[in-house]
Design a protein around this ligand. Sequence first.
Ligand code: SAM
Ligand code: SF4
Ligand code: SF4
Length: 384
Amino acid sequence: MAERVIPLVDQRLDARQPFFSQQPMPPSGLLSDARGRTLHDLRISVTDRCNFRCSYCMPKEIFNSHHPYLPHGDLLTFEEITRLARLFVHLGVRKIRLTGGEPLLRKNLEILVEQLAQIRSPDGGPLDLTLTTNGSLLQRKARALKDAGLKRVTISLDGLDDAVFKRMNDVDFPVTDVLDGIEAALAVGLGVDDHGHPSGLKVNMVVKRGTNDNQIAPMARHFRGSGMALRFIEYMDVGNTNGWRMAEVMPSAQVLDTLRQVGPLIQLSAQQPGETAQRWGWAGADGQHDPALGEIGLISSVTEAFCGDCNRARLSTEGKLYLCLFAHQGYDLRAMLRDGSSDERLLSAVAGTWTQRDDRYSEMRAQGVAPSEFPRVEMSYIGG
Ligand code: SAM
Ligand code: SF4
Ligand code: SF4
């Protein structure tokens, strides 16, 4: 087998100074970037470690015992994360997703959830607080997370066949344990709406052509009738280590063709601005979407870039603000947190940096003009 080239530049070390804005919140009350995109979502990575080695995210050959994971003192503390989260909410964030690495590996994560769940938007409303997990520790943690105030959860599962799933996670992790984690989330009511449907429980499957595309139909059959949302994600060229090839991307249009053989689907409208998934609902006997059957999401990051309304900011494990999943540099907020900067100064930094934002990597890739000369951050460090 050809030897993999390990990137020599650790892009985590490459931090930029934030820009500063004189007037953090414009009179409109909406903080827009250079392309008119309003800050709305914040993804917070709470660890760069994971107990899986998904080939598309943390390939084993690179994320081994020699990999320089961040020392604990470099991670933002829960208090630092909560302080920043409050400031982001002040600037317009209404949705927070905890991610990683595997977020449930962060010790006492429920304490952070409890702190974040207390944050209110300026109009007094609660945040949409959620978490993405590989599900391996969910059985153990679901109750504590729910009690701490977590609203819903997204679970990654790349197939129902053990051999295929183990090939994807590369640590021999069995499907049943993830399914038990999903059951545990259901049992404590995570993602269950007012009508009793678990519509807020989402299952994410990354599709790699030739590896797990034969799992699309079995996954659809399994989750059709559950009331959950099953989402198919196009395999992306994030990071520098996964050896991405366009030939391994299964376009969402082809996924949809396969799904239509499982049952009738009708297209649903977006629930929120900047939504990443194109939504489809399983139709009932009357030809209308039956919420009890659940829905499908197609995340076409490669074949149908959605940079135009991308409203997501990302906070890395050690407190750098990233403006795009494909960015090569983050803006160091931790240095400011630790040098005694005031809330006003931090607000000015986040607002000033967002205002300058011009990123649109996926669109540029689609147009064949994506810059390839810079190393990019790894998904496990910045969060998905
Ligand atoms: N460990 C958690 C998990 O797997 O759900 C959270 C972090 S993971 C980086 C977040 C999401 O990113 C997962 O749904 C994962 O499948 C997705 N992801 C990771 N690498 C990807 C890639 N190369 N292309 C598309 N999605 C990817
Ligand atoms: Fe871990 Fe999630 Fe990345 Fe898989 S996708 S290696 S579970 S962080
Ligand atoms: Fe947003 Fe960057 Fe993804 Fe475009 S490529 S949708 S700007 S994260």
